[in-house]
Design a binder for this molecule. Sequence first.
Ligand SMILES: Cc1cc2nc3c(=O)[nH]c(=O)nc-3n(C[C@H](O)[C@H](O)[C@H](O)COP(=O)(O)O)c2cc1C
Length: 214
Amino acid sequence: MLLHVSASPSGSASHSRKAGQAFIAKFREIADIIITERDLSRRPPPYPDQTFVEASLMAAKERGTRELAALAYSETLIAELEAADLVVIDTPMHNFIVPSVLKTWVDYVVRPGRTFRNTPEGKRGLLSNRPVFIIIACGGSFSAPIGREQTDFLTPYLHYVLATVGLHDVFTLRLENLRRGTAAIEQAEAQATAWIIDQATRWQKRQHGGCRIL
Ligand SMILES: Cc1cc2nc3c(=O)[nH]c(=O)nc-3n(C[C@H](O)[C@H](O)[C@H](O)COP(=O)(O)O)c2cc1C
């Protein structure tokens, strides 16, 4: 199963969604694979409330019906992740980091005693490793010559968060300058196409997970 998490509020105008959908289409061509869609913008996750926070942080054996109910949504999202052979996350950059819907998804998925545990050496992920492909759409740029205008907190943040739960094989495409005219958009789309073909070829060679390669 391929878990597809998307986060842009921009629907069919979204560059990250477009690239994510092209990624899925390519993987459908090369593998016999079921897709699970988790569209965080169309169906936004509720913000974690006090009951969730308490339930999440208390010992599992102390939880009653109320706490288990408060964790149900989180369990659904974690189960999707556990069932996935590979994960695709497409997301816009909003103010140098992930949009709030994706941050909320992270808050439900990264849970002490469930997807990671604290050890004397630091946090240890409890999920088995599987590849995660991240596609990021940015209006601006990060490199010369156009400008060193901003810092990317999104990429290192998502890598850190995914590693915390045990997902270490993370492959990232960052599309830049998407608010800078048609030529820049065309360049980003060409970059996305090349990256998708390259990732599909590499994945086919690795033959990850239980997916049947066509
Ligand atoms: C609230 C908001 C914050 C944004 N912050 C950034 C930013 O920090 N850096 C950047 O390069 N672009 C920023 N942008 C531009 C988006 O990243 C850009 O429009 C991108 O194409 C959005 O992805 P999407 O097309 O998949 O929705 C921001 C846009 C919005 C609406």
